[in-house]
Write a protein that binds this ligand. Structure first.
Ligand code: HEM
Length: 160
């Protein structure tokens, strides 16, 4: 039997060598799962130059890890406002409106809800650094109620 070469098999590795081997591979996995697939763009990047992220990927919360390895999922808390994708994962703990409200829109379109509570200045100052891409085709799960209260416009009239 040619495949069975008695005496050619190497001696088993010492146990310490196995342990070192395991450590190295664990570190590797952690690095992969912590790396966001779409990193934040610099604030001088124009919206049109942001990478395009398909709507399906946004709604799955960009669940693939670095390099698209789906066995290392790293879901991000992303929301979409006016077709721009914001990664709020590291921001939610500082969000003045609380974590829960952003989490409830994770992977979804929430433009009108966003503009009900924020002005352009909030977006420029706090939203812009969170941009990771642009997308198209995501629909808001909720219909926007009437924006007028009596004769007064409600919301962003400061800058409109
Ligand atoms: C890009 C993501 C977001 C950023 C950068 C952001 C930023 C901010 C900032 C800066 C404030 C303080 C505003 C102020 O004090 O004048 C705020 C408050 C608030 N935000 Fe957001 N926000 C984001 C997403 C959202 C979303 C998706 C909602 C859901 C509707 C939301 C709801 C609120 C609420 C309810 C408040 C409190 C408003 C108040 O106390 O008057 N935010 N946010």
């Amino acid at each position: 039997m040619g495949w069975l070469k008695i005496g050619t098999r190497k001696a088993p590795l010492l146990q310490t060598e196995f342990i070192q081997d395991l450590k190295a591979s664990t570190q590797h996995i952690e690095t992969l799962s912590l790396t966001p697939r779409y990193p934040s763009a610099t604030t001088d990047t124009k919206d049109k130059d942001l990478p395009f992220i398909p709507a399906t990927e946004v709604s799955q919360r960009i669940s693939a890890g670095a390099g698209g390895l789906r066995m290392f999922p790293a879901p991000r808390i992303v929301i979409v406002v006016d077709n721009i994708v914001y990664d709020c994962t590291d921001f939610i703990s500082e969000h003045p409106g609380g974590e829960q409200v952003i989490k409830s829109f994770a992977g979804g379109e929430c433009s009108w809800q966003f503009w009900r509570f924020h002005g352009k200045q909030d977006m420029e100052e706090f939203g812009k650094p969170l941009r990771v891409g642009r997308t198209e085709g995501l629909k808001n799960r909720f219909q926007e109620p009437n924006r007028y209260v009596g004769l007064r416009r409600w919301g962003n009239d400061v800058w409109d």
